[in-house]
Design a protein around this ligand. Sequence first.
Ligand code: 13P
Ligand code: ZN
Length: 270
Amino acid sequence: MKDILTAPFMVEMIRTTTNMYNHGWDERNGGNISLLLDETEVKEYLDTDHVIRSIPTGFSAPELDGRYFLVTGTGKYFKNVQYAPDVNLGLVRLCDGGETAQLLWGYTDGGKFTSEFPAHMMSHVARLKVDSANRVVMHCHPANLLAMTYVHTLDEREFTRTLWQMCTECIVVFPDGVNVLPWMLCGTNEIGEATAEKMLTARLVVWSLHGIYGAGKDLDETFGLIETAEKAAEIYMKIAHLPRVNTITDDMMHQLEERFGVKGREGYLD
Ligand code: 13P
Ligand code: ZN
């Protein structure tokens, strides 16, 4: 059996949480990540018959029965993952129709998966329906996207169009746009269901006055997705109070669609 701390998925998870902390997106215990793993890659590092403990999830997700996830722990600081991955991360397998998570590795201080586990697992179900290559759900609290939800309309078309106008490549990186939820109580099945519903039509879901969710095929891509939206929000927050002299027009965005072979969300461009 190989050392799990050398597994590419573990190395990448540690690098990503560290990088997110360094970007200021994950103060204190803010943010959480879940990474879907293949059974064959898990078996290289763990005896999958050895269940450390079983933890009830409080929801059902039959689509994910038997699936393995590497997940950040609740109350844990991204800052600390690199120093104690086995305390701050856990590797679980869902069973009982998703109602139980079997802990196979990690959470060594008796901890458990993130309080946002419902939003993560329900979002995985939703994104896998759209794209079977989806592996990652990532949540964090980037300052500019969060700030934007205080001063910009939460209308999804308007919110998306503003972000697209802030950097030329935004429409290329997230042509499906950004979906937006109103403020809701976090850590609940309700916000999980609402997030998953929004994930059916976009890979980015803003939680107003809280943060953002991103989904993608690997950690790098998902990080880059949030990074691009956050950069756009940063530019918006720099210019929102100033007269706009120039902008990226819908005509320019149509040229980008053609050049990069993407299609902006239906009805979002004039
Ligand atoms: P957890 O510490 O439970 O992951 O919660 C952090 C967070 O960002 C809640 O939305
Ligand atoms: Zn949060």
